[in-house]
Ligand binder design. Structure first.
Ligand code: GLY
Length: 417
């Protein structure tokens, strides 16, 4: 996830206290360069009825992913993205490895068909060693999307053991003095916590449900509460990374890593936050988490730089920088759509409709020729136009396996509402 340039920037920033002001804001951009990066696929005439649309989009996705599973047959080589005609694979301990198994589970959920069950089971089993993965906080993504979905859909008790074991591994990263789990094991930060880490709490909440031991859930609540305090600005946008001082337990450094500037609002980060607090409310029913999710949702849905089709630029502040290519991030849109659909089930009618309508608009945009790939194209991934890491010039205008995962999850959620 890091290249030498980023490592150097991180070291220089840590040593010299560089901040958002090092990346100067200039006059707003007048041109939307997104069009130049788009290739359009064949248009599909989707049903007007929303549930019928979600069913039809899952049927289409099933055909594309049938090509995917016939092309990528080795579950120890997990396809992650596709650029310039080349598929990038994640190593077995890589952070995105659970998403492909998770997408297969999502397709099994839709199709209820033995072959998708077999594929999902095979790709999940291949990830078993990750329950002991001490290299990453993303063990939550890896194990929950694969074994967590497997447990939800099959009630296979063996999956519970893997989830609890992985939660124990993740707990080794929890610092009770600071009250959060740390993110990266590389770089020069003292105790870095990225907003993405909210997603790994799902594993902890679930482990407490399985074992009846509140230790995992308490850690998750602590992490979510402290992150609320230190990652978020008054307008509910979030910093990407907060570094904590181990002595004082207080933050001593805030910056971006994948956004355009330290004081900017990286789109996927807002999505991780929205999803993380909505999910935290699902498990805890703590009002403060629901209020926080509502605040983030409002930030996203009222942002002046949100494009008309509700598929955000990779950073909500990107249009302030004329030199920046305004890549979209379809993965941020699919993630937000999925979170909004869940959030819509926790609030009163008018607000629920607002979230539902926005999520459906996002899903319909993502299912349009600008974002949804033709069959057999795009390395057999579903969504085009995601942004992995703009500052590192990495995975730009590319499919990402997690974008596909949340798109499929959102379509299933839409079906179930
Ligand atoms: N969790 C890493 C990313 O969102 O790119």
């Amino acid at each position: 996830m890091i290249n030498n340039k980023q490592l150097l920037i991180s070291i220089v920033c840590v040593l010299s206290a560089c901040s958002a002001t090092d990346k100067k804001l200039t006059a707003p951009a007048t041109n939307d360069k997104v069009q130049s990066t788009v290739t359009y696929s064949k248009k599909i005439d989707w049903p007007v009825d929303n549930v019928a649309f979600c069913n039809a989009a899952l049927d289409e996705a099933t055909m594309q992913y049938d090509g995917f599973r016939k092309t990528y047959t080795d579950p120890s080589k997990v396809p992650r993205s596709f650029s310039n005609g080349v598929t990038r694979f994640d190593p077995m301990l890589g952070w995105t490895t659970g998403f492909v198994a998770g997408s297969f589970w999502n397709l099994y959920e839709h199709n209820k068909n033995q072959t998708w069950l077999d594929t999902a089971t095979e790709w999940t089993k291949a990830l078993e060693k990750n329950q002991y993965n001490r290299k990453t906080h993303d063990i939550g993504f890896i194990i929950y999307d694969s074994f967590g979905n497997g447990l939800r859909l099959t009630n296979n008790k063996a999956y519970e053991d893997v989830i609890v074991s992985a939660a124990k591994t993740l707990m080794e990263r929890f610092n009770p003095q600071i009250g959060v789990t740390y993110s990266w094991s590389w770089g020069t930060w003292e105790f870095p916590v990225i907003i993405d880490n909210m997603m790994n709490l799902e594993l902890l909440y679930r482990a407490s449900e399985i074992t009846g031991d509140s230790v995992y859930r308490d850690a998750a609540i602590s992490h979510a509460t402290i992150t609320m305090e230190h990652h978020f600005r008054d307008d509910y946008s979030s910093f990407h990374l907060v570094n904590y001082d181990r002595e004082t337990g207080k933050p001593n450094w805030k910056q971006t890593f994948q956004g355009i500037a330290d004081d900017s609002s990286w789109s996927r980060g807002q999505g991780w936050g929205l999803y993380g607090y909505t999910m935290s409310y699902r498990f805890t029913k703590e009002d403060k988490f629901l209020e926080h999710a509502r605040g983030i949702a409002n930030y996203i849905l009222t942002h002046p730089n949100m494009p008309e089709d509700l598929v955000p630029y990779f950073d909500y502040d990107a249009p302030k920088y004329p030199e920046v290519t305004l890549y979209r991030d379809s993965s941020a849109a699919s993630l937000v759509a999925s979170a909004l659909l869940e959030l819509s089930t926790f609030v009163e009618e008018a607000e629920s409709k607002r979230y539902y309508d926005a999520a459906i608009k996002m899903l319909r945009s993502l299912s349009s020729p600008a974002y949804l790939a033709d069959k057999g194209q795009n390395g057999h991934f579903l969504l085009k136009q995601a942004t992995g890491n703009y500052p590192a010039n990495d995975e730009l205008n590319s499919p990402l396996n997690y974008g596909d995962y949340y798109y499929l999850q959102a379509l299933n959620r839409c079906k179930a509402l």
